[in-house]
Design a protein around this ligand. Structure first.
Ligand code: FPP
Length: 240
């Protein structure tokens, strides 16, 4: 599989909507939360694969602003999984030079969750390998509104003038700040929509929608998605 892809033309930034955990569990007559638990194994495998391949940035959609509307047991389980994942994986991530960044609003999370995340960010701050963005309590529309508010504040404080606002400046006020835009966005489980994910950043992304449910998605599926990406004709609005 690995030989199929061109190592010199890898996407710089891969973003993933890890969809299908609930359906994976239901198919096995298990509670939905078991699907999320199984999803953690896929996440571990995919982050390792991206690090080994030399991908610059991976962004995963772990918890959206809309996910608060799920049953409270599922929400608490997802938060618990995140804390456990951090505790278990941080050593290896750090050893592999991975840098963790969060996209989203951490304030409403519990102190335990916030502390675990902040420790992971602090520990890996100076790492120079794979950047691992976790979109947590993230919604793209909220991100855009937040950017507008921050810009308005900086105008009021005379830090910037309205004339200075251009696409580059605007991007710097998003959670992704100076990150390269995602080249490839993958959504598993056959669903084909963005669900409020990286709406600004996806302007020229290539989309791949594998049918596999997230807990069944592994390294070979990632390689297949990269292969599909490498065979797309990216024109960025121009002609060749
Ligand atoms: C979508 O599947 C998945 C989520 C809402 C959560 C994704 C989270 C994980 C894989 C684990 C937690 C993340 C970290 C970083 C520790 P769904 O529940 O919507 O599945 P369905 O569409 O089949 O119901």
């Amino acid at each position: 599989m690995l030989d199929k892809i061109n190592k010199d033309k890898l996407p710089r930034h891969i973003a993933i909507i890890m969809d299908g955990n609930g359906r994976w569990a239901t198919k096995r007559m298990l509670p939905r939360i078991m699907g999320h638990k199984a999803g953690i194994d896929s996440l571990r495998e995919i982050v390792r694969a991206c690090s080994d391949l030399g991908i610059e940035i991976i962004t995963v959609y772990a918890f959206s602003t809309e996910n608060w509307n799920r049953p409270s047991e599922e929400v608490s389980f997802l938060m618990k999984l995140l804390v456990e994942y951090m505790r278990r994986e941080i050593g290896e991530l750090h050893k592999n030079n991975v840098r963790i960044k969060i996209l989203g609003e951490l304030e409403p999370l519990t102190t335990v969750t916030k502390n675990e995340i902040n420790d992971a960010i602090e520990m890996t701050r100076a790492n120079t390998g794979l950047q691992f963005n976790i979109a947590l309590n993230y919604g793209s529309r909220a991100e855009l509104v937040r950017a507008c508010k921050l810009i308005a504040g900086d105008i009021l404080n005379e830090k910037i003038s309205p004339d200075e606002i251009d696409e580059e400046l605007f991007s710097n006020y998003l959670y992704t700040t100076k990150d390269a835009d995602p080249d490839l966005i993958i959504r598993t489980s056959g669903e084909q929509r963005l669900s409020n994910f990286l709406l600004w950043q996806c302007a020229y992304s290539e989309f791949v929608f594998p049918d596999k449910l997230w807990p069944d998605f592994g390294k070979d599926d990632l390689i297949s998605a990269i292969y599909e990406y490498q065979n797309r004709d990216r024109r960025f609005g121009t002609v060749k």
